[in-house]
Design a protein around this ligand. Structure first.
Ligand code: GLN
Length: 535
């Protein structure tokens, strides 16, 4: 295909409408037609990346293969497209300004006054086009975070306006809004949508396609009204009704021919409608599953919907590939202790100990692990979850009383988890962890090897602390084996207790690498072990 086509996705009325899912679903539909598609997110905040934001602020921090701490929408993009993203796929206001200011300091602006327009907007536009020019995608879908009208997103919207002008036919603007139901009037209301489109028009952008989020099916007359008032063709008003799973959204959009509308707009041939076979098979398997598998997720952010997004999705995918309905139970680690763990966790077929930072809730993770280990309940520990497995085992099996991670207790007598050597001189908190994909070699015969079906794997990381190798022999003598390590640094990446049915801890984050058509093997095996445990 000759020119890269650029699609912008903006949102109006309220936030949390699921722009990321709409962008990912549209990307999926275009990809199914054979196009090379990537999706990018612009976040209008000043942080350089979300790595320094806590989950209360920003939900999960996703990590790309190239070690960028990114917005969780990139996780959706990867899960839908099954294509890896990089740091070029997530840009914040902070990064834009940082790069402009760096250029200013170098003298690149040759004495000019540096301004939002054109310098900031040029830098934004450069980052949009980079994906098309450098990586040769057919479609670059750019999601603009926030809601139209926010002060913060103005430079991004202005850049879209300029690009629309520059790119002409090669540019499409999709605007997502909300159509609320007013119970007292028994009516759906389009006024907020009209206002939101007006606001976009005031900023110089006429949307080409509108996607209306709604709880139930909207009447055609209502869609016509939106088309008329918003200057949008009737077939370009798409409704996105709430569906039981986000993975149905591509099919919802396909039924309304959203991809065809876009293809016609950019002057590409429409051709036959793709069957989306693997995608439909996945959904079929999901709806065919009748039996459940009960998984307990132990973490300190369980009350937050998005804090463990990739773990939730990986578990869901793994359950479907085991032909089970996922019955996920959330356990707040601050509320678990040795006295109540057995009672609270007794019905779980499998237990997952979540990643995390800091002391809060850590003792509850030990209690859950002790219960799982003593009762041989399949268990997966991820990152801090793996480190907790090591600490619990040290304390309760090896008799190393008060063993700990130096993250929690710098003066612990037994530093079974310790700061990585390379981290000792790190002072900046941003982007300074061990981040991104690293090699790991698995021991043949281990549960992890069995799961992956091969010795050489690559998974993504986000940590500062590590298993202290000085203790390795003592752990192995006591029955906890180090079965995966980095071939260069010998850093221990995987531990397991072979005497148990399935008890595996991983320093890496397998959840960042699980997609609809390519579920992560470790999750699939963990859920399989949980299913077998149930029997
Ligand atoms: N806090 C731990 C470390 O930095 C674990 C990090 C995590 O779970 N992502 O090593």
């Amino acid at each position: 295909m000759a020119d890269t086509k650029y699609i912008f996705v903006t949102g109006g009325v309220v936030s949390s409408l699921g722009k990321g899912i709409i962008a990912a679903s549209l990307g999926k539909l275009l990809q199914a037609r054979g196009y090379k598609v990537t999706i990018q997110k612009f976040d209008p905040y000043i942080n350089i990346d979300p790595g320094t934001l806590n989950p209360y602020e920003h939900g999960e921090c996703y990590v790309t293969v190239d070690g960028h701490e990114a917005d969780l929408d990139l996780g959706h993009y990867e899960r839908f497209l099954n294509v890896q993203t990089t740091r070029a796929n997530n840009i914040t206001t902070g990064r834009i300004y940082q790069s402009v200011i760096n250029k200013e300091r170098k003298g690149d602006y040759l004495g000019k006054t540096v301004q939002v327009v054109p310098h900031i907007t040029d830098e934004i536009k450069r980052n949009v086009k980079l994906l098309g020019n450098k990586y040769k995608f057919d479609f670059v879908i750019t999601e603009i975070g926030g809601t139209v009208g926010d002060i913060e997103s103005l430079p991004f919207i202005e850049s879209v306006r300029q690009l629309k002008w520059e790119l002409g036919k090669n540019c499409v603007c999709v605007h997502l809004t909300y159509v609320p139901y007013i119970a007292a009037a028994k009516e759906y209301k389009t006024k907020p949508t009209q206002h939101s489109v007006k606001q976009l028009q005031e900023l110089g952008i006429q949307p080409d396609v509108l996607v209306l989020r709604t709880e139930r099916e909207l009447r055609t007359s209502l869609l016509s009204k939106v088309a008329l008032f918003c200057n949008v063709a009737q077939d370009a008003v798409i409704q996105s009704i709430d569906v039981p799973t986000i993975y149905e959204v591509p099919l919802v959009l396909q039924r309304q021919k959203m991809d065809e509308v876009i293809l016609r707009k950019v002057g590409l041939e429409v051709g036959p409608t793709p069957e989306m076979k693997p995608w439909r098979q996945f959904l079929q398997r999901k709806s065919d599953a009748t039996e459940t598998v009960k998984i307990g997720l132990v973490g300190k952010y369980v009350e937050l919907q998005d804090a463990y997004k990739s773990i939730d999705e990986s578990l869901l995918q793994a359950a479907i590939y085991n032909d089970r309905k996922l019955d996920l139970h959330l356990f707040h680690s601050e509320k678990l202790n040795d006295d109540n763990a057995a009672e609270l966790l007794k019905d779980m077929d499998g237990i997952l100990i979540a990643p995390g930072f800091g002391q809060r809730g850590i003792e509850g993770k030990f209690a859950a692990l002790k219960y799982a280990r003593e009762n041989d309940v399949p268990c997966l520990g991820i990152c801090l979850g793996m480190q907790c497995m090591v600490i619990e085992f040290a304390r309760n099996v090896m008799g190393l009383k008060d063993a700990n991670s130096t993250e929690m207790e710098p003066n612990t007598p037994y530093k079974v988890i310790d700061l990585m050597e390379e981290q000792k001189n790190v002072t900046n908190m941003g982007g300074s962890m061990r981040l991104g994909a690293y090699d790991c070699v698995l021991k043949e015969g281990s549960k992890a090897y069995e799961a992956y079906g091969q010795a050489h794997i690559q998974e993504r990381h986000r940590h500062r602390f590590e298993f202290n190798s000085e203790y390795r022999d003592r752990f192995e003598a006591a029955g906890m084996m180090c079965v995966g390590e980095n071939p260069e640094s010998n850093l221990v990446e995987v531990v397991e207790i072979p005497a148990l049915k399935w008890f595996v801890g991983v320093q890496f984050h397998p959840e960042y690498n699980s997609t609809v058509v390519n579920p992560n093997p470790l999750f699939v095996r963990f859920v399989k072990a949980a299913v077998e445990n149930k029997k």
